[in-house]
Design a protein around this ligand. Structure first.
Ligand SMILES: Cc1ncc(COP(=O)(O)O)c(C=O)c1O
Length: 411
């Protein structure tokens, strides 16, 4: 697994047309989970008049124009038959990660996948047995609980520690769980919900424990591309040769370019035997056929989307600045945790949660703002809410103002 030492420039071209992220789009049509339904299979239904939706993790921005143009061309062709990825597809993935994250996965290690969570399920089913323990670090993206328990594995929760408004690892507890017979560790890198990018030292320490106890590492890197701090994204398999050997690196362009509805993903598996086994298992579940639109979206986004992503990143960074400044002045009792990556801000509202009888419900009912309830993210999530800032600034400001007004009235 080739991992370069020095970061390269992340910007392919700077002189591109300015993208208008301020434009508001009506997302009521086409069954948007975020706007039309405000619930999904895993989340409680949220209802209310004129709800401003700042919850589920997709963005209210159009994808890069080149992606839209290619998908439109494909849609106009009108024949949506079986599709395959050609070898260039994997070169595009490799080149993206080499340019953006100094990781150049060997082409033959790359497997096609429909999306991240089906891949995690396939890996768990192939390499662990019913009743085996799988470690996650909570608070964390809640479908991790479903994928582990829904596939008959045992959830082992290693709580992260919040120190000085930053999440830290609890390695002692992690080792205790590892020693209890865990077979796999589902790593969220960067971490959702708090957007923490794990450092080389932290990943190294996790890898040492996993190596000692023979634990496989499934790394979900879906949030790696929108980088907001000077912490680089470190791919787990770059830690060492043994980290590469034991890991499954799951990647997708869907968060980065807002393509969740046209998914396509890639898994890098350095260990040849496991790679072959996983491919056989995925073939047996008929998971490897390419989606007609998803394949194209990935290729065009990774090949041409870097300038768009750079503009998006600075827009998101300004939205996060807005949240932090606004909270200091107008949201007493709420402390945002600044993310290193992605478009989600984890708000510490523990000071208010009990007082208002549940902070998420309070904002839905009193402010007409739908945020994700921290409880969904498991132990350690109580009293927190997750705010999605992947939206036009005016909508974000409207949401923050509504939240502030609701707190003022109730105080
Ligand atoms: C950490 C994390 N992993 C996976 C997913 C979903 O990935 P996919 O839609 O490719 O299954 C999400 C979506 O919010 C996520 O936040």
């Amino acid at each position: 697994m080739a991992c370069a030492d020095t970061p390269k420039s992340t910007t392919a071209q700077r002189n591109v047309a300015r993208v208008d992220f301020d434009q508001i789009h009506d997302r009521q049509q086409f069954g948007s989970v975020k706007w039309a339904n405000q619930w999904d299979e895993f989340s409680p239904r949220v209802e209310g008049e004129d709800l401003l939706s700042l919850w589920t993790a997709d963005m209210d921005f159009r994808a890069p124009e080149a992606v839209i143009a290619r998908l439109r061309e494909a849609a106009d062709h009108g024949i949506y038959g079986y599709t395959r990825r050609d070898p260039r597809h994997y070169e595009i993935v490799q080149s993206w990660f080499a340019r953006r994250h100094n990781w150049s996965p060997v082409l033959e290690t790359l497997l096609p996948a429909p999306a991240i969570m089906p891949s995690v399920a396939a890996i768990l089913r192939t390499f662990t047995k019913s009743g085996d323990g799988v470690i996650v670090q909570s608070p964390v993206y809640s479908p991790y609980f479903e994928v582990i328990q829904g596939n008959g594995r045992v959830l082992l929760t290693n709580r992260l520690r919040l120190q000085n408004n930053q999440y830290e690892l609890d390695l002692e507890d992690f080792e205790r769980l590892a020693a209890s017979g865990a077979k796999a560790f589902l790593l969220c890198n960067p971490h959702n919900p708090a957007g923490r990018a794990w450092t080389q030292e932290e990943l190294g320490a996790l890898n040492d424990i996993c190596e000692r106890y023979g634990i496989l590492v499934i790394s979900d890197d879906i949030h790696c591309d929108i980088r907001l701090s000077d912490r680089p994204h470190i791919v787990f398999s770059c830690i060492s040769d043994d980290a590469a050997e034991k890991s499954f690196i799951c990647t997708a362009p869907t968060k980065t370019f807002n393509l969740a509805g046209v998914p396509s993903a890639t898994i890098s598996v350095a260990n040849k035997k496991r790679r072959n086994e996983l491919l056989v298992a995925m073939q047996a579940s008929f998971m490897v056929n390419a989606n007609f639109f998803g394949r194209l979206a990935l290729e065009v986004a990774y090949s041409t989307g870097a300038p768009w992503l750079d503009q998006l990143t600075s827009y998101i960074a300004s939205n996060i600045d807005l949240v932090c400044e606004f909270a200091t002045e107008h949201l007493p009792g709420i402390t945002p945790i600044r993310p290193d990556a992605s478009f989600l801000v984890w708000l510490d509202a523990r000071a208010l949660d009990l007082k208002v009888g549940g902070i998420q419900k309070f904002f839905v009912n009193r402010a007409g703002v739908n945020l994700y309830d921290g409880r969904v993210y498991g132990p350690g999530g109580e009293g927190f809410i997750r705010l999605n800032v992947g939206c036009p600034r005016s909508l974000l400001l409207q949401g923050l103002e509504r939240m502030s007004a609701a707190l003022t009235i109730s105080s």
